[in-house]
Write a protein that binds this ligand. Sequence first.
Ligand code: DGL
Length: 252
Amino acid sequence: MPIGFFDSGVGGLSVLREAIKLLPNEHFIYFGDSKNAPYGVKKVEEVRELTHKAVEFLIDKGAKAIVIACNTATSAAISTLRETYTSMPVIGIEPALKPAVKLHRDGAVVIMATPVTLQEKKFINLMEKYKDESEIVSMPCPGLVEFIEKGNIDGEEVRQYLEEKFKIYKNIEIGSIVLGCTHYPFVKNLIKDILGYDVPIIDGGFGTSKELKRKLEELKVLSGSEEKGDVKIYNSLEGDNIIKISNKLLYS
Ligand code: DGL
């Protein structure tokens, strides 16, 4: 039985690529809702409804576990999903604030994420937990997901977008950056290049994949196969183009 991955679009592939490394013998199915992306500027109720629909799709395809590989969808829907699907693991993702704070570097921890993630209770509680240990600065990035959805991860427009963003934050000493949206790891190299100095840039893909493995082990539902598993990608957008972009991002 496959493990089902979901994101508002192509972003969750940054989590899936970590999971494939960690669990190479598992089968994976991925559903990206690119037709309705971006989620990060929608009403929370709408994000919740779309997320529940997507999870139903993955369960209909036989998923034995679900990974909500989207920070926005996790903050909007993880509680109601866990209430609905009590007999299967539902793993979510949240901005990797803890590992960033624990680095104890000088300067602020800058969290790049969607407006919905940053304004939801889940993140506010997380921030509350660590606010005395580090200066935490939110950087909402509406509009960034749209570039990545088109496969544009290093073009002039996305570079300009990020240059503008970091210009606004130029008076802040940055100690580390948290990529609190699963689309953003695809522009990590560009962010490094724009910053021009070395700071740790942390995302939650590996941590979430480790949590997935731990859960499957605990429930004794890991694949026993010694062969490499399959990866099947579905998307709500019609046509081949989005699948081509997805494959390029996943295997780049
Ligand atoms: N990839 C999603 C996340 O991790 C959000 C993208 C969107 O706005 O649709 O937050």
